[in-house]
Write a protein of this length. Structure first.
Ligand SMILES: Cc1cc2nc3c(=O)[nH]c(=O)nc-3n(C[C@H](O)[C@H](O)[C@H](O)COP(=O)(O)OP(=O)(O)OC[C@H]3O[C@@H](n4cnc5c(N)ncnc54)[C@H](O)[C@@H]3O)c2cc1C
Lengths: 247, 597
C-alpha cells in the first residue's frame, strides 16, 4: 500500500509578514520556511502506519513549487518519507495546486493521500477537497483519528461543531489532517543524514490554468492609538465620542 | 615595519602576528542545510521534551534526566561525534559545536549532555583501544549507558595532577584495585560508566581507567546542594578497592594527565559553543519582556538605557559566536590536514585541538564571561521580575555561574593561554620574537600612519593591527623584564591574557562582519558591521586599560614612559558613536522581538 503525503511549504509561524515593495508577494528575505504543521501530521501518521507494520510499501512526499521548496521536502525525507516529488511550478491558486497533484497521482495506485486541513499561509483549506474531486476519490476532512481496518477500509474520527463524527470509507481516500491524528516527529540525526541519499524527483507541471491569480497583497489597517480617560473624566469621554461622530 | 603577513592562520596563536582573510574564516551563516536541520531538530527536542519539564528537572525528579538523555540518544544526539563504525554519526567538529550551542539554553541538561558526550565519552573515543571502543562506544553513543568523568578530588582541583586516588595491581595481576575519593562529579548519580583518574603505585603522573558502575567498591555521596544547574547530578564518588580489569586502562600507564588535558581542551571550546544557545535564549526573552513591559506610558525597550543593554548583549554574544566557530573551523581544517598526512582520525583530532589549545582557552574564558554578562543584564532588564524565581532570568543567572569555574577555572585558563603563547614563542613554533622586536623598533621611530587601504572595515582593521602591536609590545617587554619569574607575576599574566582575548574576539568580529558584507552586501550586513565596530571600540578600551596596568606593574621608570607612549599610539582610534550604533542594533532587536542576527 503506497501513501502520498502533500507537503505545503509555508513561512514559519513566528514570521513577521512583510510584502515586497510593489505588494506583489511576500518578502522572503530572512524568512524561515517549514513544513505546514497540518501536513506534518499526515506525514507522521503515514510513518506511524509503516512502523505499526501496516504493509506500507512507500511514502512519497509531494510539493508544488520552485527549487526553494526542496529543503522542506528534504525535511520530510529526514522525518521518514521514502522519496519526494517536486512539481516544478510556482504554486498558483488552490485549483492549480490540486490539479497538479491530481495529475501526478492519477494511476499511481496511492491508497491514502494525506493533506493538511489547510496551509497556514493562505488558509484556503480548498486543495484537499478539490484533489479528491479531481481524482474521483472519497474525501474525509478534518480527521482527528484514523485507523486502517479490514477489507481495505479506513475508519476516521472527525471534528464537527460541538462533537465528533465517526466515518468509514473504502480506500483509496483523500484525508485532510487536523491536530490529534498524530504527533509531530523530530527527525532523527541519522534520518537527516539519510535524507541526502533519498530520491527527490523533479516533475514538469501539466498545462493547468491559474484561474484566480493574486493581484496584490496588503496589510490589515493599522490599529488606531488608544486614548485613556480618568474615571473622574467621564464627560471628556462623551465629548470625544461626540466629536468623532460616534454618538 | 610590517609584522603582518597575509595568510590563513593555520597554527594556534598565530592570529597575533598574522592577518586572516575574511573569505577563509567560517561563520555560522556558512552552516549547510543538513547542519541547520540537525540544529532545528535539537531545538525541537528542547521545546517538546525539555522545556515543558524544566521545573521537574530542577527538582531532580528521580530518573527524569537520565530518561531525557536516553531520548536524546534515540534521536542520535549523543552520538554526533562517535565514529560510524561504533554506531555514531561521525559528524564534523563544528557540527558537534553547533549541537552543544543549541543545548546551551538548557542549563542542567546541558551540563549532563556535555559531561556525557564530552569528558565522559571522548576519552574512550580518542584513547581507547579497539576492544574498548567496540565495547563501550555504542552503549554511550546511543544513551543506553551514561558516563561521568572523575578527575577532581577534595584536595586536587585546579592542581588536578596532585590527586591521591591510587591504583594497585591485584596479586594475580588481573585487576587494578582503585581506592580514593572524587568530588564534584557531574552525572555521578546515574552514570553506568566512570572515567577515573588515579596514580598507579607511587607514579608521578595519573593513569586513566574505564570503570563500570557494577565493578563493585563504589559508593556515592549525597547530591551536592548547588547555586545553579540544580537539576544536574553532582556527587562525590568513593572508590574502595574497586577492581578494574587491567584491560580497562586507557592508553598507557602515566598517560592520564595528558588525556585529561587534551579532553579538557575540547571541553573548553565546546563550553564556548555551549554558552551561545544560552545567551541567545536570555537575550530573546529579555527583548520580548522589554517590548511588553510598560512604564511611564511606554515599552521599556524604547528607553536608551535598555537599548544599550540589549545591543551590547547582542554584540557580545554575536562576537563569541563568531570567534567560537572560527576556532572550531581552524581545528577542523587542522584535523583534515593531519588526517591527510596519514594520522588516524582520533590522533588527528587530538593533535588538531592541541594545536589550537590557546584558542580553546581564550574561548572558554570569553564565552563564559559573555554569558555571565548577558544573564546579569537579563536580570536587570526584567527588574524585580528578574529576581523572581517565577520568571526565567533567575535560573539563567544561577546556571550561568558554573561556566567560569569548571573545565579549568578562568584564572587557570588565562594563565595557561599566556603560558602556551610564551612557550611556543620560546620553542620557535610561533614567531613572536621578530614582530615584537619590530614593534620595539617602531616605538623609537616617528609614528607611521600607514597607507589607507580602502575596503570594508578598513579603518577598523588598522585599529586592530595596532592592538596587536600593543600586545606584542607589552608581552614582549614583560617577557624580557620579568620572564624568568612570570609565574610569580600572575597579575601581569592575567592582564596580558585579557589583551589576547580581546584581540581574538575583536578580530573574529571584524572577520565575520566583513565576510557577511562580502557575500550578502554591505546593506544586508549593516547590523553586523555595526556590531563589529561596537565591539572593537570596547576592545580598544579594554586592551588599553589592561596594558597600562601591566606596564605600571613591571616596567622600570625609564621604560614606562616609552611603553606608555607606545600604548597610546597603538590604541589610538577615531571617535566612534557607539551610542548611535547600539540604538540601531536595539531597534532591529525590538522590531524582530528577539535575537535573530
Ligand atoms: C557543578 C560542578 C560540576 C563539576 N563537574 C566535574 C566533573 O564532572 N568531573 C571533574 O573531574 N570535576 C568536576 N568539577 C570540578 C571542577 O572542575 C573544579 O571545581 C575546578 O577545576 C576548580 O577546582 P577547585 O574547585 O578545587 O578549586 P580550586 O582549585 O581550589 O580553586 C579555587 C580558586 O583558586 C584559583 N586558583 C587555583 N589554583 C590557582 C593558581 N595556580 N593560580 C591562581 N589561581 C588559582 C582558582 O582559579 C579559583 O578561583 C565540577 C565542579 C562543579 C562545581
Amino acid at each position: 500500500m503506497k501513501i502520498l503525503v502533500c507537503i505545503s511549504h509555508v513561512p514559519d509561524t513566528t514570521t513577521k509578514i512583510q510584502f515586497e515593495a510593489d505588494k506583489s508577494g511576500l518578502n522572503k528575505a530572512g524568512v524561515t520556511f517549514i513544513i505546514n504543521p497540518y501536513c506534518e501530521y499526515g506525514l507522521s501518521k503515514a510513518i506511524g502506519f509503516q512502523e505499526e507494520g501496516k504493509n506500507i510499501t512507500g511514502i512519497t512526499a509531494i510539493c508544488v513549487g520552485g527549487p526553494e521548496v526542496e529543503p522542506t521536502l528534504r525535511k520530510a525525507l529526514a522525518i521518514g518519507a521514502d522519496d519526494a516529488v517536486r512539481i516544478d511550478a510556482n504554486a498558483g491558486d488552490s485549483a492549480f495546486v490540486a490539479r497538479q497533484i491530481a495529475d501526478y497521482a492519477r494511476g499511481k495506485d496511492f491508497s491514502i493521500i494525506f493533506t493538511g486541513k489547510e496551509s497556514i499561509d493562505f488558509n484556503g483549506a480548498l486543495v484537499p477537497g478539490m484533489l479528491a474531486e479531481y481524482l474521483g476519490l472519497p474525501f474525509v476532512s478534518f480527521a482527528t483519528e484514523m485507523d486502517l481496518i479490514a477489507h481495505e477500509r479506513a475508519r476516521f474520527k472527525r471534528e464537527i461543531d460541538g462533537g465528533e463524527e465517526i466515518v468509514e470509507t473504502a480506500l483509496p481516500v483523500v484525508v485532510s489532517c487536523q491536530k490529534g491524528i498524530a504527533e509531530w516527529r523530530i527527525p532523527n540525526m541519522r534520518g537527516i543524514m539519510a535524507a541526502r541519499k533519498k530520491p527527490l524527483a523533479v516533475v514538469s507541471p501539466t498545462a493547468v490554468k491559474d484561474y484566480t491569480p493574486t493581484v496584490s497583497f496588503d496589510y490589515p489597517p493599522a490599529k488606531g492609538s488608544c486614548q485613556y480617560f480618568e474615571p473622574a473624566n467621564a464627560s471628556g469621554l462623551v465629548t470625544a465620542l461626540v466629536n468623532k461622530g460616534l454618538i | 615595519m610590517e609584522p603582518v603577513v597575509k595568510q590563513q592562520a593555520l597554527k594556534g596563536g598565530e592570529f597575533l602576528i598574522r592577518e586572516t582573510d575574511a573569505r577563509e574564516v567560517f561563520i555560522p551563516e556558512d552552516f549547510n542545510e543538513e547542519q541547520r536541520m540537525m540544529a532545528q531538530a535539537c531545538q525541537d527536542f528542547i521545546n517538546t521534551e525539555i522545556n515543558p519539564v524544566i521545573e521537574r528537572i530542577e527538582h531532580m525528579e528521580p530518573g527524569l534526566l537520565p530518561s531525557l538523555m536516553e531520548k536524546a540518544g534515540e534521536l542520535g544526539l549523543l552520538g554526533i561525534t562517535v565514529p560510524e563504525e561504533y554506531g555514531g554519526l561521525g559528524m564534523s567538529f563544528n557540527t558537534s559545536m553547533l549541537i552543544a550551542d543549541i543545548f546551551g539554553q538548557t542549563g542542567s541538561f546541558s551540563t549532563a549532555f556535555g559531561a556525557h558526550t564530552g569528558i565522559g565519552t571522548l576519552p574512550i573515543q580518542y584513547y581507547g583501544n579497539e576492544e574498548q571502543k567496540e565495547k563501550y562506544l555504542p552503549l554511550l553513543g546511543s544513551g543506553q549507558w551514561k558516563a561521568c568523568y572523575c578527575l577532581t578530588e577534595p584536595d586536587a582541583g585546579s592542581d588536578a595532577n596532585s590527586g591521591k586516588t591510587r591504583a594497585v595491581l591485584s596479586a594475580d595481576g588481573s585487576h587494578y584495585l582503585i581506592t580514593g575519593q572524587k568530588m564534584w562529579i557531574s552525572n555521578a548519580g546515574f552514570a553506568d560508566l566512570l572515567i577515573v583518574f588515579a596514580k598507579i603505585d607511587n607514579d608521578k603522573n595519573l593513569s586513566a581507567f574505564i570503570v563500570e558502575k557494577t565493578f563493585g567498591g563504589i559508593t556515592m555521596g549525597e547530591e551536592e546542594k548547588k547555586l545553579g544547574i540544580k537539576g544536574s547530578s553532582t556527587r562525590q564518588v568513593f572508590f574502595n578497592e574497586t577492581p578494574v580489569p587491567v584491560e580497562n586502562m586507557l592508553s598507557e600507564r602515566g598517560n592520564g594527565f595528558k588525556i585529561a588535558v587534551n579532553i579538557l581542551n575540547i571541553g573548553r571550546i565546546k563550553l564556548a559553543a555551549g554558552v551561545i544557545g544560552g545567551c541567545k535564549d536570555v537575550l530573546s526573552k529579555s527583548v520580548v519582556y522589554a517590548n511588553e513591559r510598560r512604564q511611564f506610558g511606554q515599552s521599556i525597550s524604547g528607553f536608551g538605557a535598555i537599548k544599550h543593554k540589549m545591543a551590547e548583549m547582542a554584540t557580545r554574544l554575536w562576537v563569541t559566536e563568531a570567534a567560537a566557530y572560527r576556532a572550531g573551523q581552524n581545528i577542523e581544517q587542522k584535523i583534515e590536514e593531519l588526517k591527510a598526512s596519514g594520522l588516524s582520525k582520533e590522533e588527528a583530532i587530538l593533535k588538531g585541538v592541541e594545536q589550537f589549545a590557546i584558542e580553546c582557552a581564550i574561548m572558554k574564558v570569553h564565552g563564559s564571561e559573555v554569558l555571565d554578562y548577558i544573564v546579569d543584564e537579563g536580570v536587570q532588564i526584567y527588574g524585580g521580575m528578574g529576581f523572581s524565581a517565577d520568571a526565567p532570568m533567575e535560573r539563567a543567572y544561577r546556571d550561568a555561574r558554573i561556566t567560569r569555574i569548571y573545565e579549568g577555572t578562568n584564572e587557570i585558563n588565562r594563565m595557561l593561554l599566556v603560558g602556551m603563547i610564551f612557550k611556543r614563542a620560546m620553542k620557535g613554533e610561533l614567531n613572536l620574537l621578530g614582530p615584537a622586536m619590530a614593534v620595539a623598533k617602531e616605538l623609537t621611530s616617528m609614528p607611521e600612519f600607514g597607507e589607507d587601504t580602502p575596503g570594508i572595515l578598513a579603518e577598523e582593521k588598522k585599529v586592530l593591527k595596532n592592538l596587536k602591536k600593543a600586545l606584542l609590545m607589552v608581552a614582549g617587554k614583560a617577557a624580557q623584564d620579568i620572564g624568568a619569574r612570570l609565574d610569580d607575576e600572575q597579575e601581569v599574566l592575567m592582564l596580558i591574557a585579557d589583551m589576547v582575548i580581546e584581540i581574538y574576539a575583536a578580530e573574529s568580529a571584524l572577520l565575520r562582519a566583513e565576510k557577511m558584507a562580502l557575500t550578502a552586501g554591505e546593506d544586508a550586513a549593516k547590523s553586523q558591521l555595526s556590531m563589529a565596530k561596537i565591539y572593537l571600540a570596547g576592545a580598544v578600551e579594554r586592551v588599553q586599560t589592561a596594558g597600562r596596568e601591566a606596564i605600571a606593574a613591571f616596567a622600570t621608570d625609564d621604560e614606562a614612559n616609552v611603553l606608555q607612549m607606545g600604548l597610546k599610539r597603538f590604541t589610538k582610534t577615531p571617535l566612534v558613536n557607539t551610542v548611535a550604533l547600539r540604538r540601531q542594533i536595539a531597534d532591529v532587536l525590538i522590531a524582530e522581538n528577539g535575537y535573530k542576527l
